[in-house]
Structure formats: C-alpha cells, structure tokens
Design a protein around this ligand. Sequence first.
Ligand SMILES: [Fe+2]
Ligand SMILES: [Fe+2]
Length: 389
Amino acid sequence: METASTDSEFLERVLAAGTILVNIGDIDILLEQILTEARFFTNADAGSIYTVEGDVLSFCHSQNETIVARGERIPYTRFTIPKSKTSMAGYVACTGEILNIDDVRKIPVEAPYSFDDSYDKIAIYRTRSMLTLPLINNRQTVVGVLQLINARANQREFIPFHSTMELLGKYYATLGALALERAMMTRTLLMRMVNMTEFRDPKETGPHVNRVGSYSVAIYDSWAKANEVEETDRIHNRDVLRMAAMLHDVGKTGISDIILKKPDRLTSDERNTMEKHCFIGAEVLRNCESTFDEMARNIALSHHENWDGSGYPQGLKGDEIPFMARITAIADVFDALSSRRAYKDPWPDHLVTEEMEKLFVSKFDPDLKFHFTSQLEVLKEIMETYPEQ
Ligand SMILES: [Fe+2]
Ligand SMILES: [Fe+2]
C-alpha cells in the first residue's frame, strides 16, 4: 500500500478520502472503500468491516496485504457472528467504545472479550495489534464496526496502533457511518424496485441482481486496472455500475404475466412483446440527470445487444453498444447459465465455460474476454456470497 510522504500530502489525502466516501452510493463499494481509506491512514496491514443487522454482526469485507503479497486470495464470503460482548467486534458494537489492543494474545483473562485465532490458523497469519472502532450514526446507534489489524512500522514489523490513530480512525468511522446510512437506504430502494420485478418474473431475484451487479464490477475492475483508469474515476464507475446493473431487467415490470410466466416456448409475437422490456426499462429510467440514471438507462436498454449486431432491441453492433451494457450482458448470461432456475439445474462449470467461450466469438465484446476469464475465481466467490434463498 502506498503511504503519504509529507504532512501536506497526508492532509490532502485525508480531505480527498472524505469526499470520496460521502459520494459513494452503493453499500458494498462503500464498505470496501471505508476499510481501504482507514487502513491507509493508520498504516494497517489488514482489516475487516462489519455491519450491524439486528442481533448479529455481518462480516462484509476484509483486506490483508500480507496474504495478497503471498499471492493468495482473501475469502470474499460473508458470515455473521452474534452481537455479543465476548468478541472484540461484538463488544464494540454493544458498547460503542473504541478498543485499541496492543497485542491480542495478551488480553487479560478478566476482559469480557477474547481473541478468536481461528482465522489466523486458517490463513497462516499472525494478528498482533488491533484497533476496533464503532461506526455510529447521528442517532448514536452503532451501525457497523471497523477493525484494523497490525499497524506497521515497516513491511516486516507489526507494532501497536498509536493513540492518535484512534482519533483518525474515529473521523473515518464517523464519515463512514453517515455514508453507510444513506447507502443502506439506497440499497433498500433498489431492492424494492427489484422485488417489484421479481413479482412479475421469478427469475429476477434479489440474489440474481446482486450477483450480476458484483460480477459486473469485478469485470470492470480488471478492465479499468489494465487500462490505467484514474483511481477516482474507477471508484466512481464501479460504484455506479454496481447499482445500475441491478436494474437491468426493471422493464419486465411492464410485461404481462402470461408471457413472463409461460412455461412453454414463446411464440414470435410473444417474443416481440418480451423484447420490449428493454424499451420499458429505459423509459422507467428516462430522466438522465445523474451518471447513475444515464448508466442504468443504457444498461436497461442495451443488455441484450450482441457484439455482432444480432441482438435486440436496436440491433446495435460493436462499440455502438454502451460499454457498461456490454459488461452487464456478460454478467447476466453467466449467471443465467450457472444458477438454478425453475426450468433447469445449474450447468456444470465446464459447460458454462464452453458456452461463454462460444458467446465471446460473436455475442460479447472480445476485448472483455480476458477480464471475464481472469476473474472467474472471484465470480465463483460472489456466487457463494449471494446464494438463492
Ligand atoms: Fe433482460
Ligand atoms: Fe437478469
């Protein structure tokens, strides 16, 4: 991780990070960014972020530079732990206090919390210092927990977190909590739109749209890094894409149940009607006032266009198809093939790969093939993160 070399650079980065956080709308992208920024400023080797959901803490995201430097991947999967004072994250969630522990293996036995070393054992990692901060909203409710692990003196040596880091961490936790509340509300509104679509088409489930949103971001990220897209643009685009891709089939709300729920093959008239869902989606999202509106509209309108011009509704070809719609098309088809539907079992991995290979010859943007195949492991982890209920 880069480090700020002078005081003014550091201050500049502090202020820039604040602006980035308050402008992120998607909750997953936001959680990842809060952790990235907080780790940067506290020079932490690793960290995790949780959201509080009723009686449990939901583990949302983790980062670990030592593990990444070893060429290994950090598990993407989510899990929950009880919101209880017996764990450090739980204690912070229950009390709203900051915990700054110099060495987690020397926590006094009388402390209400203890360190669970099971993750260290699995990951072959040694946690030493840990700074755990509550994300508190303006109604003084703890909405999340930020855990920073192993402050670094240099690349090799882990040291305790200095007390000034508590203050800086608190600043990010406060900014993060405010942004998190808004992002939670945005996600709820998006999911309501998705639920309305699901009433009409049972294939358009919450997990399906979450997977399509996350797959699209993984493919875009790979492309953006390879094409040296500027960091602030990349953060903005992945944020907007994560939300916009979720609404790819919102136009199905305007298609009759008789067609959407028909178990048999559609007649050509019915197929023509079905294909109108792209225009209807674009109509629903017609007021292009923000980058989100514009991207969501492009995706809803063009996610069934094909690279060779054989798609619908406009028969666009190649670069005429908006870039983010090309990415979402890959994500949507990959998910349709690899997940269970009422009428089919999930295809086995090798058949999904074979079919995607074929589609990259004519239907998908060939320049994105590498960015899809190189992300397959990530896509599989996303699949496990959002299983069908
Ligand atoms: Fe569609
Ligand atoms: Fe879909």
